[in-house]
Write a protein that binds this ligand. Structure first.
Ligand code: HEM
Length: 148
């Protein structure tokens, strides 16, 4: 296994951890809101660790993007031409933008929920921002590709 394959496999595995955590935070936020639950220690741990895994995923993605991926390497050789190729465009632009935007949304959700004055508002901020981030990530994942 070369360095590219190693990073791609880690990127593929971390995807599942991040997705599960985001889904749990989203569902817990909706139910917390509807059932008027208290925002507990576990909610805080889940929300912080999903942001942590998203950061890790962005970092691994950046290494793939800038140094290791043959797809982005090919795209950088002639960017104009790559924009006309749907697969190269996906790796050089679409995946990057959707995932970075998702990371920003989740980050904003975490900050807003930490600053919120009530538990209800904490759950609401998380439901909105983590929910939108999760949706973007689901849209940005190449589900047709064989991976782990
Ligand atoms: C934050 C959430 C992200 C998720 C869930 C995610 C998910 C994935 C998945 C599932 C793959 C395919 C793995 C495989 O085929 O085994 C992939 C590949 C890749 N991702 Fe991400 N990614 C994320 C963020 C990023 C970011 C921010 C970047 C760029 C800065 C990036 C760059 C790449 C690159 C370059 C590839 C490999 C393309 C290739 O060599 O063909 N990813 N990603």
């Amino acid at each position: 296994m070369n360095t590219y394959q190693l990073f791609l496999s880690i990127h593929s595995i971390v995807r599942w951890i991040a997705l599960i955590l985001l889904l749990v935070v989203f569902v817990k936020s909706i139910t917390g809101l509807l059932a008027k639950n208290n925002y507990g220690k576990l909610d805080n741990i889940l929300s912080a660790s999903s942001l942590g895994f998203i950061h890790l995923q962005v970092l691994i993605g950046l290494v793939l993007y800038l140094f290791l991926s043959p797809s982005t390497d090919l795209a950088f050789q002639d960017f104009g031409k790559a924009m006309k190729d749907s697969l190269l465009r996906f790796w050089a632009v679409e995946h990057l933008i959707m995932m970075l935007l998702a990371a920003v949304l989740i980050h904003v959700g975490r900050i807003k929920s930490k600053k919120a004055a009530s538990d209800r508002s904490r759950f609401r901020q998380q439901a909105i921002f983590y929910g939108l981030g999760l949706l973007l990530i689901l849209l940005g994942i190449p589900w047709n590709r064989f991976g782990i």
